[in-house]
Design a protein around this ligand. Structure first.
Ligand code: COA
Length: 163
């Protein structure tokens, strides 16, 4: 990757123009394209605030490179609700760096990282397995009828004894 250093901004919400631009980009990419997400729906979600949600925006020279949305707390851990490296930045280590950042941000306060990956998204599943996530189960028809979602977990701190 060329240009300036990679920055990660932890944001409560994206600015409206940024949310619209990223929403439009995601609808042209899998898994959102195959699942039939609308750009407006994604953009509305990204520009809204929620006390349990943080958006980590990866940027270089002010240009978005990727986005991770984390919900915490969730099921004795943190749930990665959205994970996207934008196409020009894919395959250059950003996904791995972003997951390492998320793990380092949450490891003191959480025992687990969770996420869902679409059943057809073999590439992302392979990526997550390389980063230490394991399959928990398959959930049919969760987002769209006829499509499975795969629940994955990375144990940060195993449960011990009495909670
Ligand atoms: C899947 C995704 C997050 C990976 O991020 P990335 O920045 O492209 O991946 P990295 O360059 O950090 O790769 C890290 C490792 O995962 C592997 N990997 C990455 N994408 C892979 C793929 N599609 N298939 C197989 N392995 C893959 C790399 O080979 C690399 O392995 P190594 O450590 O042995 O060299 C990214 O490509 C992406 O956003 N894709 C589209 C959206 C998506 O599917 N998001 C997940 C939704 S749940």
């Amino acid at each position: 990757m060329s240009g300036g250093p990679l920055e990660f901004l932890a944001l409560a919400a994206l600015r409206r123009e940024q949310a619209a631009a990223i929403g439009a980009t995601l609808t042209g990419m899998d898994p959102w394209r195959t699942l039939g997400y609308q750009a407006e729906t994604l953009a509305r979600g990204l520009e809204s605030t929620h006390p349990d949600l943080i958006r980590y925006l990866a940027a270089r020279d002010g240009e978005p490179q990727g986005l991770v949305v984390v919900r915490h707390p969730w099921l004795r851990g943190a749930y990665i609700e959205l994970f996207a490296v934008l196409p020009p930045a894919q395959g250059r280590g950003l996904g791995r760096v972003a997951l390492e950042l998320i793990e380092s941000r949450y490891h003191r306060r959480t025992a687990n990282l969770w996420l869902l990956v679409s059943g057809f998204n073999n590439g992302a599943r392979c990526f997550y397995e390389k980063q230490g996530f394991h399959l928990v189960g398959v959930i049919a028809d969760l987002v769209v009828a006829g499509q499975d979602e795969v629940l994955m977990r990375k144990v940060i701190r195993p449960a011990v004894g009495v909670p």
